[in-house]
Design a protein around this ligand. Structure first.
Ligand code: GRF
Length: 201
């Protein structure tokens, strides 16, 4: 299964996906996309000989319709948002029904929505005194963090002393759950049953 990964920053989830690709050989990253002209995640892509695309309205960037044409040629079957901070145009989302997923560093539907990204999420979780946090992989629809939830994994944060500690614990879980879900897509084991997203064993 050919996949594209959308990034905006450090790229640790992209690296985890590439590591899993090498171990599993069930899927292959065929494109890395960002709203930036350069970022550490692009360096990871180049190091792994994966084509990179800068998308958006800036000079020299490609538009989403051109990106979709490239994805058709690359036979992209799954699009993974891993730290991509921009809202994707409706026309692009609607072209890939139940084929775009996102990783969110909290247990949606709590601590999600506009402005809830990066350390903001973990600050909100810390201030709430929550005893668990975790990561969520969900389908992308037309608004931030509201698509059907595919998988979640919890982490105990009852003893943490800072939002940064939560971020570190959750990131480790992200690096496990995202490759796991991609592998399940490659095995055709992610289904919508009775209007609910389900991962088959
Ligand atoms: C992750 O925490 C992810 O949950 C969020 O953005 C961050 C991306 O981190 N959507 P990285 O660039 O993959 O290291």
């Amino acid at each position: 299964m050919n996949i594209a990964v959308f990034v905006s920053g450090r790229g640790s989830n992209l690296q985890a996906i590439i590591n899993s690709q090498i171990e599993q050989s069930k899927f292959e990253v065929k494109a890395v996309v960002s709203d930036k002209i350069s970022c550490p995640a692009f360096e990871i892509a180049v190091k792994n000989s994966i084509p990179t695309f800068s998308v958006g309205g800036k000079e020299g960037f490609i538009g989403y319709s051109e990106l979709a044409e490239k994805f058709d040629k690359l036979k992209i079957e799954l699009i993974v948002l891993a730290g991509f901070l921009k809202l994707i145009p409706d026309s692009f989302v609607n072209k890939y029904p139940f084929k775009i997923i996102n990783i969110h560093p909290a247990l949606l539907p709590s601590f999600g929505g506009h402005g809830m990204y990066g350390i903001n999420v973990h600050k909100a979780v810390f201030e709430s005194s929550a005893k668990v946090s975790g990561a969520t992989v969900h389908f992308v629809d037309l608004t931030y963090d509201t698509g059907r939830i595919i998988a979640q994994r919890c982490v105990d944060i009852s003893g943490v002393k800072s939002p940064e500690e939560i971020a570190e614990k959750v990131l480790n879980v992200e690096h496990e759950i995202l490759p796991y879900v991609i592998k399940k897509f490659a095995e055709n084991k992610v289904k919508i049953i009775d209007n609910r997203a389900v991962v088959l064993d």
